[in-house]
Ligand binder design. Structure first.
Ligand SMILES: Nc1nc2c(ncn2[C@@H]2O[C@H](COP(=O)(O)OP(=O)(O)OP(=O)(O)O)[C@@H](O)[C@H]2O)c(=O)[nH]1
Length: 612
């Protein structure tokens, strides 16, 4: 193989990611780049080309990152290879961002010219800085009448400490400025400098399961080269394989003869089981193994747990297999078997947040054709037992009875809300209502404030973000990180149907709110559970003490319930969910309970639905 030629090829590679706050236009810019470089024909180009999961297209958000190889003929007459890695912007998915950054030399930092720097802009920029990436500020949406590129640049300079005076100004919508941006990428982002002659060292930054090819690994080659027929070793497991295919995504898979240091592409090697590889592992050559693996990824612990049960009990094995396949593609998803007296055999699953939970549920339903019942999400509590040991409680029904533990601790976060001055009042009021404890408030510039609160994670994960958006007309942005556990006065509330505890409906709440929530829960269930042939007694209880009750009279006619909510999309979505939920009934004892009832704890916090 001609080394000089390969070295020359390597000098013409540019690997970069696009990072931004949600909705600032990453995917749209990626589309324009694909279009302008003729990577996809006009006929093929659907909007937001890289968001190829059906769910991403429905919701207009990026969930999984995607990489694509782009050929670019630059103004200097030379041909370049770009590997563009799109990343998600939602706070639930920031782990995907850090994974894709590790495969790049540079990052386009996209900032909406009408919104300026937001919480996730800061968080994602810090990730890029941590990875020593060359950061190219890009001001997007300059076509908007409300665009203020100068202010956005000022904010980037002041708040992020990056020189933005020459930032690219573009419109993902009209394509304006995208040509210049491509030139900037060539000039400003360094070429990879991996050693072509060293032994193979490649990072697995993503993987997915394909029915025909088995496991397909997304890799970034750091040193050396890899081609079909090579024998490789996965360093963490020591397992060896023969490479069957290498290639790039363009954005559809295109086979290649070889991937060399600096390339970003895919590799298959007859890897059959999903457990054989891990995202973050290093691949090396079997014969001539490298001594040190690449630094892996920080495993992000789940924040939210929920029980997941097949409506049809005979589908348990299908669900297990689907979860295993999904996990390969979604390293943050955790699950373990769980049994519920009410729901039968299922899994306790851990998610990064509620959006992640929704995504997993919808993917299992759409891609694997499963009908599921999910229980209300819960955080991970710590019960400090009388003997001093700590019991981790990710399922509220597992909380031991009151006399057996000395205290219960819950996870706390430091929440940073970035908001225009005018909305500081409503933000503080909201945080206070969610058991927040004020820490500090920093004025970022003339217009904006960063409000910092310590808050229980349980309050954040439900509807905090929606409430925040509605109380600030959509202007606030949120970022949070877990800071530790604190003992608070928590109690377990059990729900009984005709005197029988329904384990899947138990929840943990602060004592001050327990009575209220138990009442809401019983009246919500009264509405959600259809009438049956016999009377149904619903009770809320702390231990043996009944704190709320309601009765469903025997069947006469269909019950309907109304939703009052301002946002038609949200309403349609809720109605759609309810329609599906209604179909899913689970006989608990003799009582038919719909899926919605199991999610009712979540809904209880939803003011829209509370307004009956
Ligand atoms: N007017 C205008 N709208 C834009 C521009 N770029 C993107 N948008 C719109 O902004 C919205 C968000 O764009 P996306 O590209 O989905 O944003 P994103 O940052 O990829 O969002 P996530 O993938 O969810 O993180 C869409 O409705 C786009 O049509 C632009 O230059 N001008």
């Amino acid at each position: 193989m001609d080394l000089t030629k390969l070295e020359d090829y390597q000098k013409h590679i540019r690997n970069f990611s696009i990072v931004a706050h949600i909705d600032h236009g990453k995917s749209t810019i990626a589309d324009r780049i694909l279009e302008l470089t003729d990577t996809v024909s006009e006929r093929q180009l659907k909007n937001q080309m890289l968001d190829d999961m059906p769910l991403e297209r429905q919701r207009g958000i990026t969930i999984k990152m995607n990489s694509v190889e782009i050929k670019y003929h630059a103004q200097n007459g030379e041909d370049y290879i770009f590997h563009l890695i799109d990343t998600p912007g939602h706070v639930d998915f920031s782990y995907e961002v850090s994974r894709s950054l590790a495969a790049c030399e540079g990052a386009l930092l996209v900032v909406d010219a009408s919104q300026g720097v937001q919480a996730q802009t800061l968080a994602n920029t810090y990730l890029a800085i941590d990875d020593d990436l060359e950061i190219l500020p890009v001001i997007n949406k300059i076509d908007l009448p409300s665009a203020n590129p100068e202010q956005a640049k000022e904010e980037i300079t002041e708040m992020l400490g990056l020189d933005a005076s020459n930032a690219a100004e573009v419109s993902g919508k009209t394509g304006q400025g995208i040509g210049d941006l491509l030139e900037r990428i060539v000039q400003d982002i360094p070429a990879p400098d991996g050693d072509l002659e060293a032994s193979l060292k490649a990072l697995i930054f993503d993987s997915k399961y394909d029915d025909y090819r088995g496991v397909v690994l997304s890799i970034r080659v750091e040193d050396g080269m890899v081609k079909p027929g090579d024998h490789i070793k996965i360093m963490n497991t020591g397992k060896e394989y023969e490479v069957t295919e290498v290639g790039v995504s363009s954005p559809h898979p295109v086979k290649k003869d070889i991937l060399i240091a600096g390339d970003v592409g895919y590799l298959t090697a007859n890897i059959k089981s999903v457990r054989e590889t891990g995202v973050g592992d290093t691949i090396t050559s079997s014969k001539n193994a490298t001594a040190e693996p690449l630094p892996g990824y920080r495993q992000i612990p789940p924040m939210v747990y929920s029980g997941m049960y097949p409506v049809d009990n005979s589908k348990y094995d299908d669900l297990k297999e689907a979860l295993q396949k999904l996990q390969l593609n979604d390293a943050a998803l955790e699950f373990e078997p769980e049994t519920s007296t009410a729901l039968g055999f299922g899994f306790r699953c851990g998610f990064l947040g509620l959006l992640h939970m929704d995504v997993v549920q919808e993917r299992l339903e759409q891609e694997f054709n499963l009908d599921l019942i999910m229980t209300a999400p819960s955080v991970d509590y710590h019960a400090i037992m009388n003997d001093g040991s700590t019991k981790v409680i990710d399922n509220p029904s597992d909380l031991p009875s009151a006399g057996e533990y000395s205290e219960v601790q819950e996870p706390y976060v430091k929440a940073e809300v970035m908001v225009p001055n005018d909305f500081v009042g409503p933000v503080m009021e909201l945080c206070q209502r969610k058991r927040g404890e004020f820490v500090t408030m920093d004025y970022l510039d003339k217009y904006r404030v960063n409000v910092i609160y310590n808050m229980p994670l349980a309050e954040i994960i439900y509807d905090f973000f929606d409430d925040l958006k509605s109380s600030t007309k959509g202007y606030a942005s949120l970022d949070y990180e877990i800071t530790g556990y604190r003992a608070t006065d928590l109690v377990k509330i059990d729900i009984l149907l005709n005197k029988q505890v329904i384990d899947a409906l138990s929840f943990i709440a602060h004592r001050d709110e327990s009575q209220n929530r138990a009442r809401q829960m019983t009246s919500m269930l009264k509405k959600l559970i259809p009438r049956q042939n016999f009377e149904v007694d619903i009770q809320g209880a702390i231990g043996a003490k009944i704190i709320s009750r309601a009765t469903i009279k025997p069947y006469r006619k269909d019950v309907t319930w109304k939703i009052h909510t301002g946002d038609p999309d949200r309403r349609a979505k809720l109605l759609e969910k309810q329609k599906r939920g209604k179909k899913r009934m689970k006989a608990v004892g003799q009582v038919e309970v719909p899926q919605d009832a199991f999610m009712a704890v979540l809904r209880m916090n939803d003011d829209d639905l509370n307004s009956k």
